[in-house]
Design a protein around this ligand. Structure first.
Ligand code: D5M
Ligand code: FE
Ligand code: ZN
Length: 492
């Protein structure tokens, strides 16, 4: 028994006595069961309860014959084995649970929208309920006059009244309520952090007439860190926004980068030879017709030619690096998000060490879970939340983590297709969140998640000059997957 308790404690979990009983009385391989339970935990709860264990027991019969063999636990289930496999084959593992490629479900009718928002609500509600444990959560539609209540709602509207108070219209499946934050309230400033369409928790006193006077606001947030930051191996280069075909693409800087990776340039750090992965978070090419007057900025006006050239640039990287390529708003896939992976007609020119995924997508690199998303929602977040700017994109990315959602604001710059499932909810915290799009490098750490915006290979465009956007081109973040330390490599 003590061994089981210690095993969970090592991973940062306590175990409920009933759950402990379930494991210790289990007739199959206990260590196998423990691995299974641990792997299904996402760090958002601190105590393992019986439900976390029983769901793994109920699926065991077929497998228990395997796990009871005298040889010990089923090796195929051990993460180290999967990592070794990935290493031996040189292929990163690609998890498709957050990737729309080949499974777009929507046609865009009314029911699709209802289903999409219900899915967003219920997934984030589940995360929030774990944080609102002290008090029962009421439904909006229930009569609760004069009592202090907690409610989880989706923000339909948030604004300032004529008298200078802040109000939010919150909706849950039972109805709608107005949440009021008075001018003099301690949380008045916080109310400006609230964005439309996000799901949050409020605690306050209800007047029984459809209003609640808010005392505190609660975002779903990331669980406090309960696991070490890194447990992987190897190094990963993170980049994005290459914009091949644009007259602003910095070809010479790209070539300096490739010579360094390939070991053809001076490398006093000795790091180049340790690079095993490269991730491109969108905007591989500049595309055509993306913005008015783009023709004048293109040196390659044909999109297929742009991808052929891009393949040339990517294929010049040494072949033992596994390359993940995710699309952006300049790429040749649908503009509505989530975006599927690039089509075969353009990917066939790339070497076999390239894996094409959607945006967003989850990939596992050297044992580290990476969530890749081009990051167009940063435009909406920067516009809406005070204190955010294009110069510090990592701060906008922290707001995604806090909201457990990659694109909380619906229907502004980013058009989201109402898939039956909301692919943007961050159900399981990744170890690394990688975005691009804004063309500035930004790096931060937040509650056990490393956050990287990977800049660009495009120098400042006329348009960006007018908008006063200062890109940081030809800077490549390099992540040590064993320690999760990030360095910036400069090739400009
Ligand atoms: O976007 C590169 C950067 O330029 C990103 O920070 C957004 C900004 N950008 C691009 N287009 C617009 C428009 N139309 N309005 C405002 N800001 C914009 P990329 O998608 O890589 O071109
Ligand atoms: Fe871009
Ligand atoms: Zn972009």
């Amino acid at each position: 028994m003590l061994e089981i308790v210690q095993r969970f404690a090592q991973e940062g979990y306590q175990i409920d006595p009933q759950a402990l009983e379930l494991i210790s009385s289990y007739s199959g391989s206990k260590s196998d069961l423990i691995v299974r339970v641990l792997r299904s935990m996402d760090g958002s709860v601190a105590v393992i309860d019986p439900s976390h264990v029983s769901k793994h027991i109920s699926v065991l019969p077929e497998r228990s014959t395997l796990s009871e063999k005298p040889k010990g636990p089923n090796k195929l289930e051990r993460p180290e084995h999967q990592e070794r496999l990935a290493k031996e084959t040189g292929k990163p593992q690609v998890e498709l649970n957050c990737d729309v490629t080949g499974k777009s479900t929507c046609v865009g009718d009314y029911e699709d929208f209802v289903r999409y928002f219900r899915d967003r609500y219920s997934k984030i509600r589940e995360i929030l309920s774990r944080r609102l444990v002290a008090r029962p959560i009421e439904s909006v539609g229930k009569s609760t006059a004069g009592r202090e209540v907690s409610i989880i709602g989706m923000v339909m509207d948030v604004r300032t009244t004529n008298k200078g108070h802040r109000t939010m219209e919150l909706e849950d499946p039972t109805g709608m309520i107005t949440a009021v934050i008075g001018k003099g309230s301690e949380i008045f400033d916080q109310s400006y952090q609230v964005v439309p369409d996000e799901v949050l928790g409020v605690t306050g006193v209800s007047d029984g007439g459809g209003r609640i006077f808010v005392r505190s606001l609660l975002w779903p947030d990331m669980p406090s860190q309960s696991r070490p930051l890194g447990e992987g191996h190897g190094y990963a280069l993170l980049t994005s926004d290459i914009h091949v075909g644009s007259k602003y693409f910095m070809e010479e800087a790209w070539e300096r980068f490739v010579s360094w990776v390939n070991g053809d340039a001076e490398d006093p750090s000795g790091l180049a030879s340790q690079v095993e992965y490269l991730v491109v978070a969108g905007d591989l090419v500049d595309g055509i017709g993306v913005y008015p007057g783009q023709d004048a900025d293109l040196v390659v006006p044909d999109i297929y030619e742009q991808y052929k050239k891009a393949a040339g640039y990517i294929n010049s990287i040494r072949k033992d690096i596994s390359i993940i390529i995710s699309p952006g708003n300049h790429d040749m896939v649908r503009q509505a998000e989530p975006q599927p992976a690039l089509p075969e007609e353009v990917t066939r020119d790339f070497n076999s060490n390239c894996t094409f995924v959607g945006s967003p997508a989850r990939v596992t690199l050297g044992g580290i879970q990476v969530l890749v998303y081009h990051g167009r929602s940063i435009d909406d977040l920067v516009l809406r939340i005070p204190g955010l700017s294009y110069g510090e994109p990592e701060k906008a990315m922290l707001e995604m983590l806090r909201r457990r959602h990659l694109c909380p604001i619906y229907g502004n710059r980013v058009s989201i297709a109402p898939e039956h499932e909301d692919h943007y909810v961050i159900q399981k915290p990744p170890s690394l969140l990688h975005c691009g799009h804004v063309h500035t490098v930004g790096i931060a750490k937040y509650k056990g998640v490393v956050v990287v915006n990977s800049g660009t290979w495009q120098s400042q465009t006329d348009f960006q000059k007018k908008m006063n956007i200062q890109p940081t081109p030809a800077v490549v973040p390099l992540v040590d997957l064993a320690t999760m330390k990030v360095r910036k490599l400069v090739f400009s």
